[in-house]
Design a protein around this ligand. Structure first.
Ligand code: IVH
Length: 707
């Protein structure tokens, strides 16, 4: 006994830590990837604690792949932007079996070859790219806009099926889907305390969890990840077929969905290839595609996780390269999307909603039911005529669909309630303010512009993500601030004393500071965005763009515009022109605009804010790598265009400059080969700084100084 003790004491601590880490990782891999339990919980916990203790005594010996690094921390994370080193494309979609067949035929024809295809389930989660360097996980980045994503490494490390270290010291990027199983989703919602908001669907929960500020909170949700594409840093290092890539990813330690199907010209050939690859997959002949889709459609509801379609991919990588890419999609793959699903539920009640324009919408309140991955509790009934056409009453059993997979609506009455005399009529008075409702077309409207629900809707719309993007002012906060009297009209957003909120439940200093900051930040939004956020009738995103393009690029010009000026703009009809002119003669809107202007918001399109010297006229630019001052790097392209330069996506003989940031690769080599001048960020900054428009003095919100 004593002898044994001496050996352990003298054993190199470093080796001991390595050994414990390897043992724990092996058990974890077996459990989370292969669903196999190799040890008892007690044995696992004992070993884990032993490792933790050793690490605590020797913090400099903590290994990056130690399982203790997965438990998450309570420190606030930030999610810095990261420029992907691989193109993170999305897939073209097919909505029918015919479209899939046409994709298969077209690609085979183009390649003049009998291609083989791999079909996978389209996991309804969030897209993630894992970057490994010499076998170690160095970064996990969300898809973002396909070029730049958010670095969420600390949170992704908490996903047990994501290997922290691979079985070989390779450097590669791997794409996959982070998701949460149906069971994990249900148990999360069940675990919530009363009053806590339930997650709407598994995808939202996965997406929210990956972005939690504290990784310890991500660790509390049962996230999982299937990987499906690998991109080796060194060309030629990875396999040449998708089937073999999946096999390789599996060998490296990634979790691969076992529901893979392989289509070759005959089923026998497919079987042979699958066997060769040593993978678990179903073998099909290409002529079986239709029956495969039917089978998977039926199987969908019995899967342990949500899928929203199937993905068909060309197996041969050299053929993929030949088929190429459009701007956003590879031409070698297609996503078959399932038809929007329907569900059955019972109408408990009909609520009446007042929108920001005053429009009244009846909404069915349903027995909660799952549909396409979400729990549905409400569905639109549009208007009284729609209700009449359905002959709907409270208590009826109805079918619900999700149009375009977003807004649920009641489709038909399947079974009437017993007491069918309970038919439903919309009220004649506004449920929010009591004003008499007015009918325009098929809809009822509340005419009162001070109606609380209307104003709340206007403010919420103004701050919504696609508009001014003030994320701290969501529906609930706006409603509370309205009720408390802090926010009573749009412009109050910029003049309100948010420190008053410190006395409200749930608003600490941090929350209030965040509100003030996000309000400040929204002042940078473009004039076009501001114009389309004010709820001016007829001026949505598209019309705002048309107006600005046509030269109505400031509030001043719009205020002066006459009906005939606007009608002459292509895309603006007579009715819109009249409505817009009327809107800009309304004192309320003019007051709003003048307050917004005095608070430092953009009252004219930026192009007008001082003309820039056209120093790049006649030059053509290409860009590569990542930049300190331009993130995403497209911002640098904007600066070039504003100064008269042209931009292209590839280096050619005609390119004048390659603007090269950190990590620029292939394009740099192209530029060198073609003798194109390479410019670095510093040089570029000094070139453009001379022609930057003068910055207006930044009006800082003095409330910030209170913190
Ligand atoms: S392949 C270049 N395979 O669906 C091809 N995507 O637009 C990359 N997805 O953004 C995608 N399951 O997030 C692929 N088995 C699968 C998938 C899958 C889910 C997601 C992915 C992508 C979107 C398609």
């Amino acid at each position: 006994m004593q002898f044994c003790h001496v050996i352990i004491a003298s054993m190199d601590k470093k080796e001991k830590i390595r050994e414990l880490v390897d043992r724990l990782n092996c058990w974890q891999r077996a459990y989370y990837i292969d669903s196999e339990s190799l040890v008892s919980d007690m044995e696992y916990d004992r070993t884990f604690d032993e490792l933790k203790e050793l690490e605590m005594e020797n913090p400099d010996l903590i290994l990056p792949d130690s399982p203790t690094q997965r438990v998450g921390s309570d420190l606030d994370n930030s999610f810095p932007e990261f420029t992907h080193t691989i193109p993170v494309l999305s897939l073209d979609k097919a909505y029918s079996e015919e479209e899939v067949l046409s994709f298969i035929n077209k690609s085979s024809k183009k390649e003049n070859a009998r291609l083989s295809f791999v079909a996978e389930e389209k996991i309804d989660g969030i897209s993630m790219v894992l970057y490994y360097s010499e076998g170690l996980l160095v970064r996990a980045v969300t898809r973002g806009n396909g070029i730049v994503g958010n670095d969420v490494t600390e949170n992704v490390k908490t996903i047990k099926s994501v290997p922290l270290r691979l079985s070989q010291p390779v450097s590669l990027a791997v794409r996959g889907e982070v998701f949460i199983s149906k069971k994990g989703f249900d148990s999360y919602n069940r675990s919530l305390a009363e009053g806590e908001e339930k997650a709407a669907n598994a995808r939202n929960l996965a997406s929210g969890s990956v972005r939690r500020l504290k990784s310890s909170e991500s660790a509390r949700v049962d996230l999982d990840m299937f990987c499906y594409e690998g991109f080796w840093n060194v060309k030629g290092e990875g396999p040449e077929e998708h089937l073999l890539i999946l096999r390789k990813l599996k060998d490296l330690g990634f979790k691969i969905n076992s529901h893979i199907s392989y289509f070759a010209s005959t089923k026998e050939e497919a079987e042979r290839k699958i066997k060769q690859a040593g993978l678990e997959a179903d073998a099909y002949s290409i002529s079986d595609i239709k029956s495969y889709i039917d089978k998977k459609t039926k199987e969908r509801s019995s899967l342990a996780y949500e899928i929203d379609g199937l993905v068909f991919k060309v197996n041969e990588l050299d053929k993929r390269e030949n088929l190429g890419y459009t701007e956003h999609h590879p031409r070698w793959a297609i996503a078959y999307k399932f038809e929007s699903p329907q569900a059955v539920s019972r109408v408990r009640d009909i609520a009446v909603q007042v929108g920001r324009t005053g429009r009244i919408t009846p909404v069915a309140i349903l027995d909660p039911v799952r549909l396409g991955g979400s729990e549905i509790r409400r569905a639109s009934l549009h208007n009284q005529e729609y209700i009449n056409a359905l002959e709907l009453s409270v208590g009826d059993t109805v079918s619900i669909s999700k149009r375009g997979d977003v807004i649920p609506q009641v489709e038909e009455v399947l079974e009437k309630n017993e007491d069918s005399s309970l038919s439903f009529s919309l009220p004649s008075l506004c449920p929010s303010c009591g004003a008499r409702l007015e009918k325009t077309g098929a809809h009822l409207f509340c005419p009162n512009r001070d109606c609380p629900d209307r104003v709340k809707g206007e403010i919420t719309f103004f701050s919504s993500r696609k508009q001014m993007d003030i994320e701290t002012l969501g529906e609930k906060t706006v409603s509370l601030f309205y009720d408390k009297g802090i926010l009573r009209k749009i412009e109050d957003i910029y003049t309100a004393d948010y420190t008053k909120a410190l006395s409200y439940d749930g608003f600490g200093e941090k929350a209030v500071l965040q509100i003030i900051r996000s309000v400040e930040k929204s002042k940078e939004q473009s004039f076009t965005t501001l114009l389309s956020s004010l709820g001016i009738p007829e001026i949505g995103k598209k019309t705002a763009e048309i107006l600005v393009e046509a030269g109505f690029d400031s509030f001043e010009k719009l205020e002066r515009a006459k009906e005939e000026d606007l009608v002459s703009v292509s895309g603006i009809g007579e009715v819109s022109a009249r409505t817009i002119v009327n809107a800009f003669s309304d004192q309320r809107l003019l007051n709003t605009i003048s307050t917004l202007a005095s608070c430092g918001l953009k009252t004219r399109d930026e192009k007008e804010e001082g003309t820039l010297d056209q120093i790049f006229e006649g030059t053509s630019w290409c860009i590569t790598g990542s930049f300190e001052n331009f993130n995403p790097r497209e911002k640098a392209l904007e600066e070039i265009k504003k100064r008269g330069g042209k931009t292209t996506s590839a280096v050619s003989k005609k390119t004048t400059y390659l603007l090269c940031g950190k990590g620029g690769g292939g394009k740099r080599a192209d530029a060198e080969a073609l003798g194109v001048k390479i410019m670095d960020e510093n040089e570029f900054m000094s070139l453009i700084s001379s022609s930057f428009p003068k910055k207006e003095k930044v009006v800082l919100n003095e409330q910030l100084e209170l913190f």
